[in-house]
Write a protein that binds this ligand. Structure first.
Ligand code: ADP
Ligand code: MG
Length: 355
C-alpha cells in the first residue's frame, strides 16, 4: 500500500474561472482509510480524480508511494477507482466485469478469471460470476465494483460516494464490509462522501473540505470533540451555536459565560471576549421548573416535544436562542409549553471562534 501526498495543489477549470481546489496540502499514510468529507461542490471529486490522474493539477505536486506522479497519465498510476454509479458493463457477466481490468493490462484470460473468482469471494459473491449485473441487487452490484477495483491490487483504492445509490440500511452494511476489507487487506483508501455519519464510521482520518480548501482534518474523535469552527461543529454531528463570553484563561482551560452560566472548557487559543460555544444536543440538560424558583438560572420554554422511541427531542426557546435538545430519558417527558431550567453537561461543549 502506498502513501498519497498533496503539496500545495491548486486545480482550476475553464482557464481559471473556477478554482475547484485552492492550495491544498495533506498526507495519507499507507494502510489508512482517509475520507474526504464536505458539502457538494467543495472539490472532493476533483481531488480524487487528481489522485487517479483523470485530472491534472494546475499547480503543486502529487506523490503516490513517494513517487512524483504530478505529470503521469492515469494509465501509468497504480490506483483504481470505485464509482457511485458502479459503471459495470451490462452485457458482460459479473466474472467478466471483474476480470476486465486485468485482461486489458495483458493478463491471460484463465489467470484473470481465477483472480476475478478470488475477488468475488472476497466481497462475499462467490458463485455469482455467471450472472449479468442486472440480475444482482444494488448492493451486490456495488460489491462487484469493489471486487473489480481490488483484483488490480492497486497501491491506492479510490471510492467516490460508493454508497449513495443504496438505501440507508444497506449503506450501513456495505460501508462496514468495505471498511473490514480495507483493514484486512491493509489497503490505502481514499473515500469520498458528503455523509458525516458514514465518514465517522469508516475513517482512520477525515479531511473536511469547504469551498476548495481544507476546513479541518483529524481523527473522527478529534473532529467531533474539538471542532475548530462552527462550520465543523455543525457539519460533523449536530450542534447548537450559542453566543458566549470568554472571561478568563487559566492554563489550558478557559472560563466561559453562557447566558449567566459559567463553564470551564478547553481553551484552544482564543482571547478574552466574545466567542461561540458549539453545544451538542445531548449536552443540554433540561429539568422541569416546579413552582417558584429563586435560584438564578438559565430558563426556557419547550416549543416542541417529539418521542423517537429511544430518545426525546425538544425544541426550546431561551435567552441564549433556540436550542435543539436530545434526551435519552423517555419515561417522564416534558410537555410542549412547559418552562424548563437549562443546564450543560461538561462533555459536548466546545469553544469556537465567532467567525
Ligand atoms: P464535489 O465532488 O465536492 O461535489 P467537485 O470536485 O465535483 O466537487 O467540484 C468542485 C468545483 O469544481 C465545483 O464548483 C464544480 O462545479 C467545479 N467543476 C468540477 N468539474 C468541473 C469541470 N469539468 N469543468 C468545470 N468546472 C468543474
Ligand atoms: Mg463529487
Amino acid at each position: 500500500a502506498g502513501s498519497v501526498v498533496f503539496e500545495n495543489v491548486t486545480k482550476t477549470y475553464g482557464l481559471g474561472a473556477v478554482t475547484a481546489i485552492d492550495n491544498v496540502s495533506f498526507t495519507i499514510n499507507p494502510g489508512e482509510l482517509v475520507t474526504l468529507l464536505g458539502p457538494s461542490g467543495c472539490g472532493k471529486t476533483t481531488t480524487l480524480r487528481m489522485i487517479a490522474g483523470l485530472e491534472h493539477a494546475t499547480k503543486g505536486k502529487i506523490l503516490i508511494g513517494g513517487k512524483d506522479v504530478t505529470q503521469l497519465p492515469a494509465t501509468d498510476r497504480d490506483v483504481s477507482m470505485v464509482f457511485q454509479s458502479y459503471a459495470l458493463f451490462p452485457h458482460m457477466t459479473v466474472l467478466e466485469n471483474v476480470a476486465y481490468g486485468l485482461t486489458v493490462t495483458g493478463v491471460a484470460k484463465a489467470e484473470a478469471h481465477e483472480k476475478a473468482e478470488e475477488g468475488l469471494d472476497l466481497v462475499g459473491l462467490a458463485g455469482y460470476g455467471r450472472r449479468l449485473p442486472s440480475e444482482l441487487s444494488g448492493g451486490q452490484q456495488q460489491r462487484v465494483a469493489v471486487a473489480r477495483a481490488l483484483v488490480l491490487e492497486p497501491e491506492v483504492l479510490l471510492l467516490d460516494e460508493p454508497l449513495s445509490n443504496l438505501d440507508a440500511k444497506l449503506r450501513r452494511q456495505v460501508r462496514t464490509e468495505i471498511r473490514e476489507l480495507q483493514q484486512k487487506l491493509g489497503l490505502t483508501a481514499v473515500y469520498v462522501t458528503h455523509d458525516q455519519e458514514e465518514a465517522l464510521a469508516v475513517s482512520d482520518h477525515i479531511i473536511v473540505m469547504n469551498r476548495a480548501v481544507i476546513a479541518q482534518q483529524g481523527t473522527p474523535r478529534e473532529l467531533y470533540e474539538q471542532p475548530a469552527s462552527g462550520f465543523i461543529a455543525d457539519f460533523i454531528g449536530d450542534a447548537n451555536l450559542v453566543g458566549a463570553e470568554l472571561v478568563e484563561v487559566e492554563g489550558d482551560m478557559a472560563h466561559i459565560e453562557i447566558g449567566g452560566l459559567r463553564q470551564t472548557l478547553p481553551h484552544r487559543g482564543l482571547g478574552i471576549g466574545p466567542v461561540n460555544v458549539a453545544v451538542r444536543p445531548d449536552a443540554i440538560e433540561l429539568s422541569a421548573v416546579n413552582g417558584e424558583s429563586r435560584q438564578s438560572s438559565l430558563k426556557g420554554h419547550i416549543t416542541h416535544a417529539a418521542y423517537l422511541g429511544n430518545q426525546m427531542q425538544y425544541s426550546v426557546t431561551s435567552d441564549i436562542g433556540d436550542l435543539f435538545v436530545i434526551d435519552p430519558h423517555i419515561d417522564a417527558p416534558i410537555a410542549t409549553g412547559d418552562e424548563v431550567r437549562i443546564g450543560f453537561s461538561g462533555r459536548g461543549l466546545a469553544v469556537v471562534p465567532t467567525d
